[in-house]
Design a protein around this ligand. Structure first.
Ligand SMILES: [Zn+2]
Ligand SMILES: [Zn+2]
Ligand SMILES: [Zn+2]
Ligand SMILES: [Zn+2]
Ligand SMILES: [Zn+2]
Ligand SMILES: [Zn+2]
Length: 178
């Protein structure tokens, strides 16, 4: 069965992607294997995770309560990249954005859980969108607040990490996803 997705001009078909394919999801730009959607054109490297294929076109996010965030298939900026307001990294895939405020999020940053338990710290950490404390020092990379402003902080002690430095309990720290 063929599916049309708003972000791509060719039809997509459900497919199973092998782990050693090295495929990258064109939505979240992370590695992809297993159940996915794939462009039917053999030379077109367009893949989407099942989840990225069926993302809601509009969400309400606690980091930006004023306006809904709209799903866009690619950054509307010259150069085709955007800087994520959560992690500060660049992206060129799907975005949740507020067109009125130029507020842009990676889709995986928009999906960050509000409370997490990680390898770095014994207490649960809470997602903070606007860090108000004094000097922030990331418990992993020891860097300060960068372009991205979101951090995971402990409510009990003076501990915080960048959202992209956080390592979950069941994640392998050595596995860097490029
Ligand atoms: Zn994806
Ligand atoms: Zn295609
Ligand atoms: Zn991000
Ligand atoms: Zn807005
Ligand atoms: Zn860090
Ligand atoms: Zn703590």
């Amino acid at each position: 069965m063929l599916n049309q997705h708003f972000s791509h001009r060719h039809p997509l078909a459900a497919a199973t992607v092998a782990e050693d394919d090295g495929a990258i999801c064109s939505g979240c730009e992370l590695r992809l294997s297993g159940d996915a959607y794939k462009c039917i054109k053999p030379k077109c490297e367009f893949h989407l995770h099942d989840l990225c294929f069926s993302l809601p076109p509009e969400i309400h996010h606690p980091s930006h309560p004023k306006h809904p965030l709209i799903l866009a298939g690619s950054p509307p900026y010259a150069g085709g990249e955007f800087a994520c307001d959560a992690c500060g990294d660049l992206g060129s895939g799907f975005i949740y954005r507020c067109p009125r405020c130029q507020f842009d999020l990676h889709i995986h940053c928009a999906a960050l859980p509000e409370t997490v338990i990680g390898k770095n710290h014994g207490h649960p950490l809470r997602l903070v969108f606007h860090y108000k404390g004094k000097g922030f020092c990331c418990g992993v990379c020891e860097g300060g607040l960068g372009n991205g402003c979101w951090v995971y902080c402990c409510g009990d002690c003076d501990f915080g990490v960048h959202v992209d430095c956080f390592v979950g309990e069941d994640e392998d720290e050595d596995e860097e996803i490029e």
